[in-house]
Design a binder for this molecule. Structure first.
Ligand code: ADP
Length: 477
């Protein structure tokens, strides 16, 4: 089975969120299961020289972007036994960051074409499946079906399109159809790629892929409703026959309190007493008073509306009146950044606001906190709550998408659970559950049991890989 896995971020090369984690963990697990999977991504300017210096140049060729013929270099690196290809074009990708540029439509139209062209230069690799991820790759299923279908490299090739977040859709002016995508204007219809008087890459992926997956069973159902459907619920319902929810998994070697080199002291579920050392280390690192008895509530998040930040800002004063310490690591909307920095300045010793992207500090927060707050408005899967559980930090989440599928709320009558949850998008409901969790924190017996239960909860990449292999097999026939 030969799979070309296309993603615009892959850990450890480049990361803005959970997609990078999945694009690392899933191919690794597929490979371990005997699948010839290869990964391809843009060669961004932000990829560290540690990696770029080790890449091999495979080929240079021209790629059509409408009437233009753009340079493309194909670079190669074997990383932890997974073959990884990089699309090199400095005009498009040698910039700080991955997304958010005025010409993203052109950049990712180019990327989709480059991926299709690259297959001719991968020796003896004719993919059975091209597995695409999120809008940036959405034109690939269309190109495969309507443009490249006659090429011998793609005889019998099928496509899978995974929605990691339906909110980001890649919508651009219809002018790009001919000018950048090199397609005829006939594609600009409601049954093809027209959406909201724009061209939508996300819609192209959904319409043209042979199978559409998303990252949890609950989110697969949610996106077929108006509230979560981002305007595409009708399209998704119409395509429900080819839509399936497969819960993401994490790599338990990467997110391991036993192996993580960023921790002051490693630990396992049999030595959770050592978490206290990490708590003290975290408190010191972020400038909070070192105190083992006060519960630490952590957040690691993109600072965007999706993550439920509005609930936190709404009751920040009340939260800070509780006997706790609050630490937040995140980047995103400047309004939110300013908000948390203001509170960190006003309440020193109560709240630490680290407005940056920092993998090492993230590890310290996962390991050193007692509770992990993730009150998302919507959450396709969410990896952070799974990671926090593996570090014995109990997630407090809103019951939506993957959060609902992974966190079992504590039931004081049966003793079951691996975290806490609330149902409605309501700040005081969140606050109530937070207060309830703090009461449980005082009962060391209950808390220890919950921490162990969280650490023993497993949502691994092996299970996810198995589910994807079933999808691939179904398509290959
Ligand atoms: P999303 O992909 O929507 O951002 P996920 O929970 O699926 O959310 O994944 C987020 C990933 O990004 C996790 O691995 C989390 O630890 C990491 N992350 C988010 N913000 C930061 C940050 N500021 N610094 C370090 N890691 C971060």
């Amino acid at each position: 089975m030969k799979i070309l896995f296309v993603s615009t971020e892959v850990h450890p090369f480049i990361k803005t969120g959970g997609l990078a984690d999945v694009a690392y963990a899933l191919p690794k697990a597929l490979r371990a299961a005997g699948v010839d999977v290869r990964v391809i991504l843009p060669k961004y300017g932000d990829i560290s020289e540690n990696f770029t210096s080790k890449m091999n140049h495979i080929a240079s060729y021209g790629v059509k972007v409408g009437w233009r013929n753009q340079y493309c270099g194909l670079e190669y690196l074997n990383y932890e036994d997974v073959p990884v290809y990089f699309i090199d074009n400095e005009y498009y990708f040698k910039r700080p960051g991955c997304y958010g540029f005025y010409d993203d439509g052109e950049r990712f139209a180019y990327f989709c074409r480059s991926v299709m062209e690259s297959v001719c230069y991968m020796d003896d690799f004719y993919p059975d499946i091209i597995h695409c991820n999120d809008w940036h790759t959405g034109m690939i299923p269309l190109y495969l079906k309507d443009v490249y279908f006659e090429k011998p490299e793609f005889a019998g090739t099928k496509s899978v399109f995974t929605i990691h977040n339906l909110q980001y859709q890649g919508k651009f002016s219809p002018a790009i159809i001919e000018d950048l995508l090199g397609l005829n204007p006939g594609y600009y219809t409601e049954d093809k790629i027209k959406y909201n008087d724009c061209v939508s890459f996300m819609k192209a992926g959904i319409v043209y892929a042979d199978k559409v997956t998303t990252v949890s069973e609950t989110y697969a159902k949610e996106i077929q409703t108006q509230y979560f459907g981002e305007g595409l619920d009708g399209l998704l319902t119409a395509n429900s026959h080819k839509l399936v929810g497969i819960l993401n998994g994490i790599d338990y070697d990467t997110h391991s309190p036993k192996l993580d080199k960023n921790l002051a002291m490693n630990f396992t579920s049999r030595s959770i007493g050592r978490k206290a050392v990490n708590k003290a280390d975290l408190q010191k690192a972020v400038g909070l008073p070192v105190n083992p008895d006060v519960p630490v509530v952590g957040m690691i998040t993109r600072l965007v509306r999706q993550k439920g930040i509005d609930l936190v800002t709404c009751v920040m004063e009340e939260i800070l009146k509780l006997d706790l310490q609050f630490v937040i690591l995140g980047t995103g909307d400047t309004d939110y950044q300013d908000f948390f920095e203001y509170y960190a300045y006003s309440y020193p010793g109560k709240i630490a606001a680290c407005m940056k992207f920092d993998n090492s500090l993230a590890s310290k927060i996962y390991a050193g906190s007692d509770l992990f707050l993730m009150p998302s408005l919507f959450e396709p899967c969410g990896l952070s709550q799974i990671i926090s559980m593996s570090y014995g930090t109990l997630p407090l989440v809103r019951e939506t998408g993957g959060l609902k599928d992974t966190v079992i709320p504590y039931n004081e009558y049966t003793g079951e659970g691996n975290g806490f949850s609330f149902a409605n998008y309501n700040a005081h409901e969140m606050l109530n559950v937070l207060q309830y969790a703090l009461v449980q924190f005082e009962n060391k017996e209950v808390w220890t049991k919950l921490v162990k239960s969280a650490m023993n909860t497993r949502y691994g990449r092996e299970r996810q890989a198995k589910a994807y292999m079933a999808v691939y097999n179904e398509l290959i026939g």
